[in-house]
Design a protein around this ligand. Structure first.
Ligand code: GFB
Length: 309
């Protein structure tokens, strides 16, 4: 991939796709192709085929997906399975048919079995049952990995896959019913501070552990892999460190300056008890994230709730 390459970033309006576009532009890659979902419905095979045939991108970042937090995954089960299967199948097949030089598919750490040993090594894929709340999404993402492997095996396509840990950053979704935990807790704890509320509700027991990566670090890793990784096995992307949801809430309270209490609502699901990635492949290649969790949370909080207020 060189600065003049024609690069299609699928999902450029999402948190991940927009971070990839920012990264590419910051290092002088300007021939970037994007389409909004109104312009191109990625679930429509004929439309995707026509777009690829006309535009002939050379490189593809497949960051388009239907995503959401634990409740959205559990509620919109058909959409999470159908939309994601269609989006990835259409883009991967059109990339093969139109001779794309290289494609990077983005999955998720929820592909691993619910009770897999920690940290999660890439080889643990398909060794046990999945977490039920996000099984449809995980099955779709596993299918994406398998599509990349199969198109490489049968047709020799240079299609690679990466599995990011839980992400956060600018452009996140703050809808409390659909969002992931970080935007939800930033929003809830900020509101509690402003309203003088004595308690904030946290879903689940507070005991699950999660690993969080700033989306700008993810974009940097994707750029790195596009240049430096050509192999069949998919690659985990994370920090190699996790914290409990209770500790996350305490950290966010410190950043926001909130001194009330947390109430844990165990009617809401915990999801996977832990999903800490083994990040040895990238560490061995000397790639590591640059943004600490506390620093990343401070930036996101200031930008979303203080600067724009
Ligand atoms: O971020 P989150 O929705 O996704 O939830 P998952 C992480 C943990 O935070 C769960 C707890 O144990 C939640 O119960 N939590 C506490 C909350 N309070 C809240 C809250 O107000 N909102 C939310 N959303 N969570 C998703 C998967 O799982 O992670 C997807 O469903 C995907 O498939 C994504 O892989 C990265 O880490 O549990």
């Amino acid at each position: 991939m060189i600065k003049t390459s024609k690069i299609y970033v699928a999902g450029h309006n999402g948190m991940v796709g927009s971070a990839i576009v920012r990264k590419l532009r910051s290092v002088g890659y300007d021939n970037i192709l994007v389409r909004t979902s109104a312009e191109l419905d990625l679930r429509n095979q004929a439309a995707v085929d026509a777009f690829f045939a006309e535009e002939k991108p050379e490189f593809v970042f497949l960051a388009a997906a239907k995503v959401g937090g634990i409740m959205a995954n559990n509620t919109f089960r058909a959409e999470f399975l159908y939309d994601n299967l269609m989006i990835e199948s259409n883009i991967i097949h059109a990339s093969y048919q139109n001779g794309v030089d290289k494609l990077l598919f983005l999955g998720s750490s929820c592909i691993y079995p619910k009770l897999a040993p920690q940290p999660l090594k890439e080889e643990y894929l398909l060794t046990g049952p999945l977490e039920p709340t996000n099984e449809p999404y995980a099955i779709a993402k596993i299918a994406g990995i398998k599509l990349c492997e199969a198109y490489r095996d049968q047709y020799g396509c240079n299609f690679i896959s990466a599995m990011p840990t839980n992400l956060y950053g600018p452009g996140d979704n703050y809808d409390l019913e659909k969002s992931h935990v970080i935007p939800a807790l930033l929003q809830k704890i900020h509101n509690a501070k402003i309203n003088g509320d004595k308690t904030v509700e946290i879903w689940g027991s507070g005991n699950p552990r999660r690993e969080f990566l700033h989306v700008d670090d993810l974009a940097d890793a994707c750029f790195y892999l596009m240049h430096n990784y050509e192999e069949r096995p998919f690659v985990n992307i994370g920090t190699g460190k996790d914290i409990s949801i209770r500790e996350l809430a305490e950290l966010i309270a410190k950043i926001v300056g909130y001194q009330g209490e947390f109430v844990f609502n165990t009617e809401k699901p915990d999801g996977t008890p832990r999903k800490l990635l083994d990040v040895s492949i990238l560490t061995c290649k000397q790639w590591s994230p640059a943004i600490s969790l506390e620093e990343g949370l401070r930036c996101v909080y200031e930008e979303k709730f203080l600067v724009s207020a």
